[in-house]
Design a protein around this ligand. Structure first.
Ligand SMILES: NC(=O)c1ccc[n+]([C@@H]2O[C@H](COP(=O)([O-])OP(=O)(O)OC[C@H]3O[C@@H](n4cnc5c(N)ncnc54)[C@H](O)[C@@H]3O)[C@@H](O)[C@H]2O)c1
Length: 266
């Protein structure tokens, strides 16, 4: 995009990239960012034909585009950013949301290298190198009139610092994402790019459907000070606040969206 077009009023829209933005927490984030006036580019694994009704309904709130691809794949990550640039000519915000649980919960002694590689490739390596591509593009763009160049939000998990001995690879991937937030917040502080972590507790989505009964019981017993499931919108509201530009001096901050689970209690 040439310099003069970039500075016209017409180009003052903002573009958000949301990995896994067509389901669960990511879908709530997409809806929230569309409501807040962003154009949203989604990366997801399902073929677009399966998502036509959803994408059409999202498009009633604002411009939305979809790239089918695997976050763990180098070429798919490049295509996601390239297609978004081809359509909209700029990027402003990246939400690293997509992630997977291990296919099977297994004790540390039984964890396979295959499961470790799968979880780390999607939950950590994918976001690291998608963020590298995003940042490379972002730093070519001018600082906006609001003083910001862009924003990065990483969706980690309470597993970043809460141990599950039967999900070692998941905990490691989320702890890594948490450190990525710190590294990037320091690296990009002088560039007008705040970087944040959102750390959800137990959120009611497809990911937790398989362990629903277990969590119902734990929640009823008071595992969280606020005795209810987290909802995808709880996480989306946090992302909306962080990308609004109101908390720029808090770069590197982590928002716990967990019903108070992180509070140490006796
Ligand atoms: N649900 C929870 O309780 C909870 C708690 C803490 C953190 N999280 C994190 O929040 C994020 C979203 O979780 P969710 O509950 O909405 O899960 P979900 O399974 O409902 O959705 C995950 C999304 O990620 C996408 N995705 C998965 N693998 C991908 C890949 N290889 N390439 C591209 N996209 C891929 C899926 O298509 C889907 O849209 C994840 O990173 C998860 O670890 C979830």
């Amino acid at each position: 995009m040439n310099e003069s077009k970039e500075n016209t009023a017409e180009s003052l829209f903002k573009v958000a990239l949301v990995s896994g933005g067509a389901r669960g927490i990511g879908l709530a984030i997409t809806r929230r960012l569309l409501q807040d006036g962003f154009r949203v580019a989604i990366l997801g694994t399902r073929p677009p034909e399966q998502l036509s009704p959803l994408l059409q309904s999202l498009a009633t709130s604002g411009p939305v585009r979809y790239t089918q691809g695997n976050l763990a794949d180098h070429g798919d990550r490049q295509r996601f950013v390239a297609e978004t640039m081809a359509d909209w000519g700029r990027v402003d915000c990246l939400v690293n949301n997509a992630g997977v649980a291990p296919l099977q919960r297994a004790d540390f002694l039984e964890m396979s290298e295959e499961s470790y590689d799968r979880v780390m490739a999607i939950n950590l390596k994918g976001p690291v190198f998608l963020t590298q591509l995003f940042t490379d593009q972002l730093l070519r763009q001018a600082i906006r009139p609001d003083g910001l160049r862009g924003t990065i939000v990483n969706i980690s998990s309470i597993s970043a610092d809460t141990v599950s001995t039967n999900r070692t690879e998941y905990c490691l991937s989320k702890a890594g994402l948490s450190m990525l937030t710190q590294v990037l917040a320091a690296r990009l502080a002088d560039e007008g790019v705040p970087v944040y972590e959102v750390r959800p507790g137990v959120i009611q989505t497809d990911m937790t459907a398989l362990v629903q009964e277990r969590y119902e019981k734990l929640i009823a017993e008071g595992l969280f000070p606020i005795r209810r499931w987290g909802q995808p919108e709880d996480v989306a509201n946090a992302v909306g606040l962080l990308v609004s530009g109101q908390l720029t001096y808090a770069t590197g901050e982590c928002l716990h969206i967990d019903g108070g689970f992180h509070i140490r209690r006796l």
